[in-house]
Design a binder for this molecule. Structure first.
Ligand code: ZN
Length: 466
């Protein structure tokens, strides 16, 4: 490796084979790890030193950035049967007020929050494409581009997944007025993706994929067309889709297509490891096994699914069948991978009235199994080389606070359990490095004040218009 390397020394670091001591992490100018060496004796004089244990940064595999600004605004009973669908009405009303500037400001602040939490990559499932009246912007990718720019300005790695949205329901029901900002034909969609890739080409911290919104919002032919179009640009790039979030959607799918959504998808498409099936909450036993076998990633968004009353994914059966999963903060009612993983286990505990349900014979500590699983599946969903401290991966990591009350005085085998299951005020995430750049230092993002001021202005504007 000719390019100059930088180095970082950690007394303790979580490598693919477990906790190791005296680890030297070295990376190049492109932000890629070129060497990860445990048990080093001679630390380079210019190496930075970690203030605590180092773990890989967590990928966030599902985000709708604009929804960050409506967190906390829908926690009241709007009608006698408040549900996902009545929340969606409010969300659409909010989406109708978003402008390119407010979207950029919201996304920048959201990514600051993600970085401070230790998310070092995000998959953005971006569907607000057009102006409020449905007219296309001069640059059809204007809004998506603002989100891509928010990622590069704040320093988070991004997989941008523009959304294809065509219909308001199964059997090609025409879109509603309040969905017109989302709508494209498959052809328009591929033009938008190409324009975006030209304006903001891929690099180590940016990748593109596609997100057909859901089986109710796209046709089978369009789904095929956008995957083929994507393969012409970037073979094997990620495909993300919402599936089986709500029972009403499952019933409508059975009525329209003759099968449950996950089953239908598995029967009609070559669902493989490039697919991220977001939610997959309502799967029967057969679908659970088949989805696990397919290699697809189940995109679990626990705090949002709890907030929207979606239901509980059969995590124990799915993990027993060796299914891959990752986690996402989706509507951003909270932005904390620790809370997502905790709730993944707690849902099962409450359901089964047992403890440590998601442990396995090989990994008795639930936190260890969930952390490693979410890194691996989340990384695959990004389509980027992230999620592990190893040569060839991005130099993305979290430095935990060695002096935090939940970490201090404990041995390394208890650190993940304490970090994930304990919640005692201040976060244990102290510093965050992405692509070799320290973007969070002592719990502060490098541009936190500026991005927060912009966010407040954007929020004030959006709420004033309400
Ligand atoms: Zn979503």
């Amino acid at each position: 490796m000719n390019s100059p390397t930088k180095s970082f020394f950690a007394a303790h670091a979580l490598l693919p084979d477990g906790w190791r001591t005296n680890v030297l992490l070295q990376w190049n100018d492109a932000g890629t790890l070129v060497a990860v060496t445990p048990d080093v004796r001679d630390v380079p004089a210019d190496a930075m030193h970690a203030a605590g244990p180092v773990v890989p940064g967590m990928p966030n595999l599902h985000s709708h950035a604009f929804q960050r600004a409506m967190a906390g605004l829908t926690e009241y009973r709007a009608n006698p049967a408040d549900s996902f669908w009545s929340w969606r009405e409010l969300m659409y009303r909010f989406a109708s007020r978003i402008t390119p500037d407010t979207l950029g400001a919201i996304a920048r602040w959201l990514y600051v929050e993600m970085l401070k939490a230790g998310y070092t990559s995000v998959c953005e499932f971006h569907y607000v494409h057009h102006a409020a009246d449905g007219k296309r912007h001069a640059n059809p990718a204007e809004l998506a581009q603002r989100v891509v720019d928010a990622a590069s300005e704040t320093g988070i790695g991004m997989t941008m997944l523009p959304v294809l949205y065509q219909y308001s329901g199964f059997n090609a029901q025409p879109p509603r007025d309040d969905q017109r900002r989302f709508i494209n034909t498959a052809e328009q969609f591929l033009d938008l993706l190409s324009a975006l890739r030209r304006a903001r080409p891929e690099h180590g911290a940016l990748r593109y994929g596609v997100a057909p919104h859901s089986l109710r919002a796209v046709s089978e032919a369009s789904l095929r067309a956008v995957i083929e179009g994507l393969d012409a640009l970037s073979p094997g790039a990620p495909v993300h889709i919402h599936v089986a979030e709500q029972t009403a959607e499952v019933d409508a799918c059975v009525a329209a297509l003759g099968a449950r959504p996950v089953q239908w998808l598995l029967d009609h498409f070559d669902v493989s490891a490039r697919w991220c099936v977001v939610h997959a909450t309502h799967v029967d036993a057969k679908e659970t096994r088949a989805l696990a076998t397919s290699g697809a990633i189940a995109g679990l968004c626990l705090t949002t699914e709890a907030n929207l009353g979606d239901g509980i994914f059969p995590a124990m059966d799915y993990l027993d069948a060796r299914g891959a999963f990752g986690i996402g903060s989706d509507s951003h009612i909270g932005v904390d991978w620790r809370a997502e993983l905790r709730l993944l286990e707690y849902g099962q505990r409450l359901l089964r009235r047992e403890r440590n349900v998601l442990a396995s014979p090989r990994t008795a500590q639930v936190a260890d199994r969930l952390f490693h699983g979410a890194l691996e599946g989340g990384a695959r969903a990004t389509g980027r080389a992230v999620g592990a401290l190893e040569r060839g991966a991005r130099a993305d990591w979290i430095v935990l606070d060695a002096a935090h009350p939940d970490i201090a005085e404990k041995t390394s085998d208890k650190w993940l359990s304490s970090v994930i299951f304990c919640e005692h005020g201040e976060t244990p995430v102290r510093d965050v490095v992405v692509g070799g750049e320290r973007v969070v230092h002592d719990r502060r993002h490098r541009d936190e004040a500026r991005h927060y001021a912009d966010y407040r202005n954007a929020l004030a504007q959006l709420l004033a218009d309400a």
